[in-house]
Design a binder for this molecule. Structure first.
Ligand code: LLP
Length: 417
């Protein structure tokens, strides 16, 4: 079982992040606010790393889940690798103290500029997603006189049994190369002196809560690995992507040690790379919001909060569930089944629906498990400044991203003169 947000718990009926009362954080930093537990981030990363024991491996945290420099820095200090999908993510990792030589570069449309920069700093590997992309990487490598390390991302055509928007390993998805075309591509890469074949890659989706789709994908990839070996194409690492699901509403999810044990038992003498994002930061963060108004009609009870879909998009976009907890368990208010809605002018602007809570105006509420794909998917819709982010470690807390000012939002804009 995944250990759910150990960094967040009640002490004397007040919600705490590690040893800091969230009430204190709200007084210092204001609302809305993202709060991260450093201990949870570290423990979640170590759980993956240690599960491999002596087997050669690299845990490449998927930066898109939460790309705050402080989060990347905490992981870099542990020796983490990184899965990046843009030059922006690469530059963040470097500024945060991560090593280019531990970065795998994924994504379906790497630009010439991105490839040049990645070659310049020396990324560990490009995960190549199409024949055209392979040619582009080869031509950029030739123009700068370097060899590009590559993996081909194959699409194993397995059903990840997750939300259709975050399923990536089916033929109907845009990701990866059909297994049947992969051998030709590898051959092409092997024949080029500007490409250096290193790995075999796949990623089948996100928030996967059963191990079977991963094992189906692994079995298919191992068949291909054998075929490549028979053709004299040596593969030195297998990248099995990310996608390990977390517990959002009490669901059973993947036992990481068990998954990795099975993996190791099937893969001998080859380094394994994983790209977990959500499983490292998801339960290590919460989103705090304040109840502005309570509004009840004959049908519905609405708690209008100061956080909105631009701050935490997952409920609106995927109909995702985030548990809602009061900051003060003792608070007495109006008991009802509340919909938490934001100030944005969209009916789809909700953070949670139909939650039994006792609320008063001015209360603070925590949306749990918001550390992954929370802040990184936030936007400025309705000209709303993006919120502040805070990291807690033991009894200490630090601002790790300042709240944007309204002026920041149009600083890049110009009048047409
Ligand atoms: N590797 C690749 C190539 C990926 O595309 C992804 C996620 C990951 C690794 C990390 O997957 P994770 O371990 O975090 O599941 N915004 C959605 C999730 C989108 C995932 C996209 N790719 C959400 O909020 O649920």
């Amino acid at each position: 079982m995944h250990k759910k947000h150990l960094g967040f718990s009640y002490k004397n009926q007040i919600l705490h992040a590690e040893s800091v009362a969230i009430t204190d954080l709200m007084a210092v930093y204001g609302s809305p606010l993202y709060v991260y537990s450093r201990m949870d981030i570290e423990n979640n990363w170590r759980e993956f790393d240690q599960a491999f024991g002596d087997h050669p491996h690299l845990v490449c945290y998927a930066v898109k889940a939460n790309s705050n420099l402080a989060v990347l820095n905490v992981l870099a200090k542990l020796g983490s690798g990184f899965d990046i999908v843009s030059i922006g993510e690469l530059e963040r990792v470097l500024v945060a103290g991560g090593k280019a030589g531990k970065c795998v570069f994924s994504g379906v449309a790497k630009t010439k500029i991105e490839i040049e920069r990645a070659l310049e700093v020396g990324v560990r590997c490009f995960n190549v997603e199409s024949a055209s992309e392979l040619s582009r990487i080869e031509s950029v490598a030739r123009s700068v006189g370097k060899q590009a390390p590559i993996s081909i991302r194959v699409n194993p055509n397995v059903d990840a049994k997750t939300h259709p928007y975050i399923s990536t390993g089916l033929k109907e998805n845009k990701f990866g190369v059909d297994m049947s075309n992969a051998i030709d591509l590898y051959q092409q890469a092997q024949d080029s002196k500007y490409l250096n074949v290193q790995g075999l890659d796949c990623h089948i989706g996100s928030q996967i809560t059963e191990v079977s789709p991963f094992l189906d994908a692994l079995d298919k990839v191992l068949v291909l690995l054998k075929q490549l070996k028979d053709k004299g194409i040596g593969i030195t690492h297998l990248d099995l992507g990310g996608g390990i699901g977390i517990d959002y509403e009490g669901e059973q999810t993947i036992d990481i040690q068990n998954y990795i044990d099975v993996m190791i038992s099937k893969v001998e003498n080859i380094e394994i790379i994983l790209e977990p994002g959500r499983a490292i930061v998801g339960n290590a963060g919460i989103f705090m919001t304040k109840v502005e108004f309570l509004k009840q009609n004959s049908e519905h009870s609405f708690a209008i909060v100061d956080g909105a879909m631009n701050d935490l998009l997952r409920p609106s976009f995927y109909n995702a569930y985030h548990q809602v907890l009061p900051i003060n368990k003792n608070a007495k208010g109006i008991q009802a089944h509340w919909d938490l809605v934001g100030p944005i002018c969209e009916t789809g602007d909700f953070l949670a629906k139909n939650r039994a809570l006792s609320l008063s105006e001015g209360d603070y509420l925590a949306l749990m498990s918001a550390g992954a794909y929370g802040f990184t998917m936030s936007s400025n819709y309705n000209t709303r400044p993006r919120v502040a982010e805070v990291m807690v470690s033991g009894t200490n807390h630090q601002l790790v991203r300042q709240r944007e000012s309204v002026q920041d939002l149009f600083a890049q804009e110009r009048l047409y003169e």
